[in-house]
Design a protein around this ligand. Structure first.
Ligand code: AMP
Length: 561
């Protein structure tokens, strides 16, 4: 069975095709979303998801989150003295999803279609693939998140050509993609985004409003208090809508502070964020050569698109209601599951061709000549521009810049800056040219970029016909198969917990945290139920454990409402 996986920054989900339609696979706790949070304790026990998130406020030094942002980089995370790369942490999330899928489906799961942001460059895609391999999953295909969303919405089934915009506002990132469907081809036309904008920024505004009103300063709060304040702010953010105001409370040094925040105040506070949202929308439309009115549908994905403030803003911007018939958290995983079914060539799904764009401009360094022979080196010459549909092949003719120049060096660069030094260096290639006065010799530089992000560079000397070629697989700290195997073994010593154990741990962690957050009688009552639950666990009697756990859970629900 091939499953579809949305490996998100904040949450991850798995889905499968049930013969009729795609369906989300619940995790070991019966939930659809697994927070992309990993915790490793001193004994090497791994906690993934909600349990790991609960450990955040109690044992912050054992927990990592938001590692998707660092995928493909050398960043290392230290958890209880052990080092992890972002793809290794992602592999632990994938392993948990795989195990849960196997338990749910009752069969081994060895292959997956994993979604990645459309702007993910080659290095990040490779790191994602490696995360799959480390989790024991073969990743045959990666699908870009907006394409997966469009597939889930069934837009590929439309009979007329359509243009739509996928608006993806997650916890920490924002992406806009414009897609076009014509005939049987679903094509990403343009992508743009802001890697530092997301639901968390909206939470921060809520937290700031609260602090301002209650006279608290961030520096007065210790780490645990800050985490708690943000949790309360997130709750308030999710509760506020244009029909309601929200009351947020926070326990600070034995005193409960309470403030009411109105929708109007919150909207004003978010004004700057909403302006930031406008930019990538404008940029993607400009890159695709379209106007706001050319968009037939607006699809929403990412948890933060549930915010009324964002929805109201989009209605004003596009003068139409976005399509909200799907759950914005689930769309991408469902789309990946449909893609998995397409891969398995299941008859129930129509096959479409999914194409992609190159997210960054690829070019080379050149010398530019101003009037009177003034030369400026270090300038960037774009060859394949960002948002070109791939596979793509483009040729640029470059002339010698100096008299008697005997070679031309093509430095392959990726990026948007006018200056070569600001762009990412991918490699270089030299060719010999016959000596001649400047401008008389030329080379044709051809870049060919394919769907697997392989860039082939060909340099042809126009006068002699000599050709030099190189293939750039993207700068990558590629692990060999043996290295992957070895690391897999190392990671396999980290044990995830059996389902029951995990549920018990989660309740206990939540209880510990809630205990720290309450006072007086409520605290005493909580203590009583925690002790009863611990006693039941000690005794090991299954029914007793279930009963005590349920009782404790009820109290926790009340406290965490
Ligand atoms: P994602 O990365 O797509 O899982 O999105 C996570 C973000 O969505 C977080 O910032 C959440 O606070 C936010 N979010 C989730 N549910 C809601 C809701 N009902 N209202 C507002 N924001 C939400």
């Amino acid at each position: 069975m091939i499953i579809g996986i949305d490996l998100g920054t904040t949450n991850s989900l798995a889905a499968y095709f049930n013969g009729d339609r795609p369906e989300i696979i619940p995790n070991r706790l019966g939930k659809k979303l697994t927070p992309s949070v990993v915790s490793v304790d001193e004994e090497g026990n791994v906690y993934v998801g909600e349990t790991a998130r609960e450990r955040m406020s109690l044992y912050p030094e054992t927990v990592a989150q938001n590692f998707k942002r660092s995928m493909g980089t050398e960043r290392e995370y230290l958890l209880s003295g052990r080092k992890f790369k972002p793809e290794e942490l992602s592999s632990l999330v994938l392993r948990a999803l795989k195990e849960d899928a196997e338990a749910f489906l009752g069969e081994p799961v060895t292959e997956a279609v994993i979604s990645v942001p459309a702007y993910f460059d080659d290095r990040r895609r490779k790191a994602t693939r490696r995360a799959g391999e480390l989790a024991g999953l073969k990743v045959e295909r990666m699908i870009s998140e907006p394409t997966a969303a469009a597939v889930a919405y069934g837009l590929y089934d439309k009979t007329r050509d359509t243009r739509f915009l996928v608006f993806d506002l997650g916890g920490g990132t924002f992406d806009v993609s414009i897609l076009e469907l014509y005939h049987n081809i679903l094509e990403v036309r343009a992508v743009a985004g802001d890697n530092y904008l997301g639901g968390e920024d909206f939470t921060e505004i809520m937290a700031k409003l609260f602090m301002h009103k209650s006279g608290l300063q961030l520096q007065d709060l210790n780490e645990k208090e800050q985490i708690r304040l943000y949790r309360q702010a997130e709750k308030a953010k999710c509760a506020i809508s244009d029909e309601t105001e929200v009351t947020m409370s926070f326990l600070y040094k034995e005193e409960t502070k309470e403030e009411t925040i109105t929708y109007r105040e919150y909207e004003e506070g978010c004004e700057e964020l909403l302006q930031k949202i406008r930019e990538p929308v404008k940029k993607s439309l400009a890159d695709a050569g379209l106007k706001l009115g050319d968009i037939d549908d607006v699809l929403l994905i990412g948890g933060a698109t549930r915010l009324s403030i964002v929805r109201d803003f989009l209605i004003r911007l596009f003068r139409k209601f976005p399509d909200t018939k799907m759950n914005p958290d689930e769309t991408v995983a469902l789309g990946a599951a449909v893609q998995a079914a397409m891969k398995e060539r299941r008859e129930e799904v129509k096959e479409v061709i999914l194409t992609d764009v190159c997210a960054f401009t690829l070019g080379t360094e050149i010398v530019v000549e101003y009037g009177e022979g003034r030369l400026e080196s270090g300038r960037f010459c774009p060859i394949i521009e960002r948002n070109t549909v791939i596979p793509a092949s483009r040729t640029e003719r470059l002339y010698t810049a100096m008299d008697n120049q005997d070679k031309v060096r093509i430095r392959v660069l990726q990026g948007e800056s006018r200056f070569a030094r600001n762009n990412l260096y991918l490699g270089e290639i030299d060719v010999k040219v016959p000596k001649a006065p400047k401008g008389q010799e030329a080379v044709d530089v051809t870049y060919t970029y394919d769907i697997n992000s392989l860039l082939e560079v060909e340099v042809k000397v126009v006068s002699t016909g000599t050709i030099e070629k190189m293939v750039i697989k993207g700068e990558d700290n590629q692990m060999t198969d043996d290295e992957i195997k070895k690391r897999m073994e190392e990671l396999s010593y980290l044990k995830t917990q059996p389902r029951d154990y995990e549920e018990n741990r989660l309740v206990l962690l939540r209880a510990e945290r809630t205990y720290e957050e309450t006072l007086g009688e409520r605290r005493k009552k909580l203590d009583h139920y925690i002790t009863a639950f611990e006693a039941a666990l000690d005794k090991g009697d299954h029914d007793g454990i279930l009963k005590a756990r349920e009782a404790l859970n009820d109290i926790l629900e009340e406290e965490n409402e």
